[in-house]
Write a protein that binds this ligand. Structure first.
Ligand SMILES: [Zn+2]
Length: 272
């Protein structure tokens, strides 16, 4: 599989479907994010054709069906309409920053007897269902599972997109439109998927930063239990010129070792 000069995929088991309603180009240095979705539809081809329609106010770059076949609707340099009203960190309207990948999946299912039914009335057997709690919810529900072929094909595609476009974030629709959207849902291994793609796979980049000694630049620098301000501080702030050793990097935060280990914002370290 490769991406041609027109920003379209070429390779086995790939079909292009024209989606002429999308024509606006991404701004410079975009896209840098991938948003994962499920279609909540009956099958991959019908969802792809639906999203490509002129009179439908949604689209996506990619639909992957349950056999792993890829439908590409929108070139990767053109903005598609998959995210809708959305927010992440200080960004809103994530369509302007991201490539949208839709996986053919019926979504949340309702149990009736020993069968599981989708919102559009189709029944699924027990071996296609998991019971799990959504990251944004408090109780268990039944969810249509993804196939190995879908998961592996989307992994392979994301690897190619990361390499081609310098993608640095992979998010679920449920994370950028919480409350309104619940895709890709708990049947999709989102955390493992992005960790593997964005961190484990970048051994050479890890080597370049991990093990490096750095110095704290501001007078005080909070050190936290995880990579973000939502994580609690775990000790008194680090102080100016204190030396730390870098262990890991994630979303602009670095895990450092001093007398303890914790996370600090990368921009406040001097690595020379
Ligand atoms: Zn979605």
């Amino acid at each position: 599989m490769k991406i041609n000069a027109q920003h379209m995929l070429e390779g086995d088991n790939i079909e292009h479907i024209s989606c002429s309603k999308n024509s606006e180009k991404f701004k410079d240095n975009m896209p840098d994010t991938i948003i994962m979705h499920y279609t909540a539809g009956r099958n991959g081809e019908s969802s792809a054709k639906y999203l490509a329609k002129d009179n439908v106010k949604a689209s996506a770059h990619i639909v992957i069906d349950r056999s792993g076949k890829i439908f590409q609707l929108v070139p990767f340099n053109i903005i598609a309409w998959h995210a809708g009203k959305s927010q992440y960190s200080n960004r809103t309207g994530l369509n302007n920053y991201s490539i949208g990948i839709e996986l053919d999946n019926a979504g949340v299912l309702k149990k009736t007897g020993n069968k599981y039914q989708s919102w559009f009335g189709k029944y699924y057997s027990e071996d296609e269902v998991i019971e799990a709690k959504h990251r944004n919810e408090h109780t268990n529900k039944y969810w249509h599972t993804y196939t190995e072929e879908q998961l592996n094909r989307s992994f392979e595609l994301c690897e190619l997109l990361i390499e081609t476009y310098g993608i640095r974030m992979i998010l679920g629709h449920e994370e950028i439109s919480p409350g309104r959207k619940q895709d890709p849902g708990p049947a999709f291994p989102l955390d493992k998927f992005r960790n593997k793609l964005l961190f484990d796979n970048r051994k050479d980049q890890d080597v370049s930063i991990s093990g490096i000694k750095a110095k704290v630049t501001p007078d005080f620098l909070n050190i936290r239990s995880g990579p973000g301000i939502k994580y609690e501080t775990i000790a008194l702030p680090l102080e100016k010129n204190q030396q730390v050793e870098i262990l890991n990097e994630q979303f602009g935060w670095v895990k450092v070792k001093t007398t303890l280990t914790g996370w600090v914002k990368k921009e406040y370290l001097n690595m020379d």
